[in-house]
Design a protein around this ligand. Structure first.
Ligand code: MRU
Length: 357
């Protein structure tokens, strides 16, 4: 299972794999204590794995969605082509209902459905169409590897020797095919021998920064220091942070950006301390159909994620709880978007449309 993540010398577990025509995901809810892979036997299981964050991170759930569609279709190979094609649409809609904020999920599923519609008239039967869809899902996965690498190459130059970089949540190998988005520049800079420190916010309530980011960076030998979310201002005030890089789940046409809850606070702090705040993302996360951040649907999750710390209750039973999984950082706080097409600078309405329209 331990496979290189695309740079010689790094050993990062894979978030998901397509093995012998089946989807295998790493159950990220068990990290960093246990490394357990789980084969997805049904589309309902895939839906549940995305919902419960066994597989998570915007690009990874896009890839899981594309493969999950195949998991849902496979039992129906042999069906008449017309019925199979409408099953492609209904199964994609079902998977898409698992999580609303990361646009990569709907992006990948729309791409699979459009591909099926385009190819169906020329396919001899549902088995032939399924085979073509499998190739398309593998292409989505392969493209993500190349995109992460390109983001890493463009972003690595931002990391100067002896600097401190702060990140929030997990936008690393575990959130993508490999390397990550926000963490890709860090892996590339490190592989080139640039010495620098990383501060990883723990990221309450589900601790993706503690459980996942510090896990994968430490496993790869990068210099990572884990801090609680409320320590970010302190480390910034001590001059320990020169740069922030985070990932994202959806970028609106004007550059407003949804990412894990707490990201907006980091951006506000960065502005206060004069620290450049960058967002790393693939083009599949840019949603030009959403005009502004206020139009992004924010996932609200279970109260228990807030009233419990792991298995231990930390909030009184019955207390009122809010648990938005994401917040929206205003475009004005973002120094640039590190993408596979280069680092995009303001004005975002103009420059995002030009590169991603
Ligand atoms: O709820 P999660 O863990 O799926 O949230 C993930 C994030 O917010 C990541 O920062 C984002 O998806 C970018 S992943 C490259």
């Amino acid at each position: 299972m331990n496979d290189t993540n695309g740079i010689a010398g790094y050993e990062v577990v894979k978030s998901l794999r397509w093995v012998d025509g089946g989807l295998v995901i790493l159950d990220q809810t068990l990290l960093p204590v246990e490394i357990v892979e789980e084969r997805q036997e049904s589309v309902e299981q895939v839906w549940d794995s995305i919902k419960r964050l066994k597989v998570r991170g915007a690009p990874a759930i896009g890839i899981a969605g594309a493969y999950g569609l195949l998991v849902g279709l496979r039992p129906f190979v042999g069906e008449a082509l017309g019925a199979f094609l409408s099953r492609v649409e209904s199964t994609a809609a079902y998977i898409n209902s698992s999580r609303p904020t990361a646009v990569n999920l709907s992006w990948a599923l729309k791409r699979m459905v459009a591909f099926a519609k385009e190819r169906a008239p020329k396919a001899s039967d549902s088995a032939a169409l399924y085979a073509l869809l499998e190739e398309e899902a593998v292409r989505i996965h392969d493209e993500d590897r190349a995109i992460c690498r390109a983001i890493g190459e463009y972003g690595a130059g931002l990391i100067k020797p002896s600097s401190g970089v702060l990140t929030h949540c997990n936008a690393g190998a575990l959130a993508t095919s490999e390397l990550g988005t926000a963490l890709a520049p860090m892996y590339i800079a490190h592989s080139r021998g640039v010495p620098f420190r990383i501060y990883s916010d723990e990221t309450r309530p589900l601790l993706q920064g503690a459980r996942l980011t510090s896990f994968e960076l430490k496993q790869s030998g990068l210099d990572v220091t884990l801090i609680c979310d409320n320590m970010a201002a302190f480390v910034m005030s001590k001059g320990l942070v020169d740069l922030c890089i985070v990932g994202c789940d959806r970028v609106a046409a004007n550059g407003d950006t949804a990412n894990k809850i707490g990201t907006m606070g980091v951006a506000i702090l960065a502005k206060h301390f004069g620290i450049p705040f960058y967002v790393a993302c693939p083009s599949s996360t840019v949603d030009l159909a959403t005009a502004v951040g206020d139009d992004i649907e924010i996932e609200e999750r279970e109260a228990e994620e807030v009233t419990f710390f792991g298995a231990r209750r930390t909030g009184p039973e019955g207390v009122k709880v809010r648990n938005p999984a994401f917040d929206v950082t205003p475009a004005g706080l973002i120094a640039g978007f590190i993408t596979e097409k280069g680092v995009i600078k303001p004005p975002y309405s103009e420059n995002l449309a030009r590169h991603f329209g």
